[in-house]
Design a protein around this ligand. Sequence first.
Ligand code: ADP
Ligand code: MG
Length: 147
Amino acid sequence: VPLPFACRGEVVRGFGRGSRQLGVPTANFSDQVVESFPSDIPTGVYYGWASVGNGDVHKMVLSIGWNPFYKNIKKSVETHIIHNFKEDFYGEILSVVIIGYIRSEKNFNSLEALISAIKEDIEVAKRQLVFAQHQGLLFLTLPSQCI
Ligand code: ADP
Ligand code: MG
């Protein structure tokens, strides 16, 4: 799958796997948006840029994984935006540009291991995204792809 890959769509409710309680809320795309992703895109954790509605562009980490809610036959795409939002933004349009791949999907045998992996992912994303010109990619690539 060629990167960057750009996508935008509505933020829907997930089924609360407690990511917010872990300090890493993940904005879930609707099934319709997930189905518009290339079917051969590898599962795992990616980094890139995101913005909510007409808001500012922020760094993000995004995971593509198998959705246990659908007995692991459907993928889910969840974005953690590296920014403190004052309020939830369910129903708003999330725009993302996936720039690069961090790691494959993993199973963790403890909550601590999961949290430290996510924190490491966030550090990787921050390091990779220092180049400010990447921000322009959001606007260059969005109109051509997805919905
Ligand atoms: P859900 O299971 O409904 O996805 P989460 O615990 O994963 O619940 O929380 C995700 C929601 O939190 C998002 O849909 C969004 O409205 C809100 N949110 C607040 N801050 C952020 C953030 N920095 N990144 C992603 N989502 C956020
Ligand atoms: Mg979520």
